[in-house]
Design a protein around this ligand. Structure first.
Ligand code: SF4
Ligand code: SF4
Length: 300
């Protein structure tokens, strides 16, 4: 019933995993990643390690983590001459869309099971891709995205932690095998065969999460016409060769995204930025960061 309700709410995948602590190997790998400074400017990733490890600390009596995925692959793309926005930020802020759907599903679960729920959409320290793999939805690729077999990686992830005891799905055991296409395609050499991404080099992280006035000089050489995020390691992935466009109208590109030129960004006031991107994930960049990004490879 829960899975069919998830499908009718528009979710593309839904799986259940027992809410036991994250396994030792995954935790050790994460700790190493932080110790090596590979979280870059994502300082938040170093905090709340106890909560990140144990979902029962996020909801007392938790028995199940429900992992859910929502397709955002666009049907229309930005035209030539615009500065490139990663697909995830084309339309309405996914936090809003996902939160609405997760909340609706959580209410349904509470009604049918009489159990407690806690929906999470970037709102709690939880290992999203780990739980998606445990819940059988897909596997984590060397591009560090969750790959759903037959569907690809252009999916938002969300979770509902619940005290309901639901039958766990079989974890996904697939891997990337010998493929290394994303490692070759990454313009910033941020990926490696061992699967550990260096966020201090990742353009997506630098353009979105790093708000310093200046970025390292090498970024200008590789950033190209990207202004919000980077999709290169997903575009090249064979699992995305047959990606299907999302059915969620909210994720369609806004007029602003379809006409986002350097001139448009440079002439935008702070107030205009706030109004224009009030319901867009681009608002998280901040006004100054968007303007900085627009000048990175500008020769003007
Ligand atoms: S998002 Fe771009 S820069 Fe970051 S790892 Fe992928 S290809 Fe490299
Ligand atoms: S491009 Fe290849 S190595 Fe990279 S995530 Fe896709 S399948 Fe894995």
């Amino acid at each position: 019933m829960i899975k069919s309700q998830a499908a009718s709410l528009g979710f593309d995948a839904c799986g259940f995993a027992a809410a036991v602590p994250v396994d030792d190997e995954t935790t050790a790998r994460y700790d190493r990643w932080i110790e090596q400074g590979h979280n870059g400017c994502m300082q938040w990733a170093a905090g709340h390690r106890d909560l990140r490890r144990d979902p029962s600390l996020l909801l007392e009596g938790a028995n199940t983590v429900i992992s859910l995925a929502l397709n955002y692959y666009p049907a229309r793309f930005q035209p030539d001459g615009t500065l490139r926005v990663a697909y995830y930020a084309y339309g309405r802020d996914y936090h809003e869309v996902l939160r609405e759907k997760l909340t609706a599903l959580a209410h349904f679960i509470e009604q049918v099971t009489q159990c407690s729920t806690r929906p999470c959409v970037d709102s709690a320290p939880i290992r999203e891709r780990y739980w998606a793999q445990r819940a059988g939805i897909g596997f984590v690729g060397r591009n560090n995205c969750l790959i759903i077999p037959g569907k690809g990686s252009y999916f938002f992830l969300g979770e509902i932690i619940t005290t309901a005891q639901l039958p766990p799905d079989e974890p996904c055991r697939l891997t990337c095998g010998d493929c290394g296409k994303c490692i070759e395609a990454c313009p910033a050499s941020a990926l490696s065969m061992d699967g550990a991404a260096d966020a201090s080099r990742c353009l997506s992280c630098l353009l979105i999460e790093n708000h310093s006035e200046e970025l390292p000089a090498w970024v200008a050489d590789v950033v190209g016409d990207r202004v919000v995020g980077c999709d290169e390691c997903q575009l090249c992935c064979p699992h995305n060769a047959h990606a299907q466009a999302t059915r969620i109208a909210d994720f369609a590109p806004t007029d602003t995204v379809m006409t986002l030129t350097r001139g448009r960004i440079q002439s935008m006031t702070a107030g205009e930025f706030k109004r224009t991107f009030a319901h867009s994930a681009i608002s998280r960049l901040r006004y100054k960061t968007l303007r900085r990004n627009a000048t990175l490879n500008s020769t003007e």
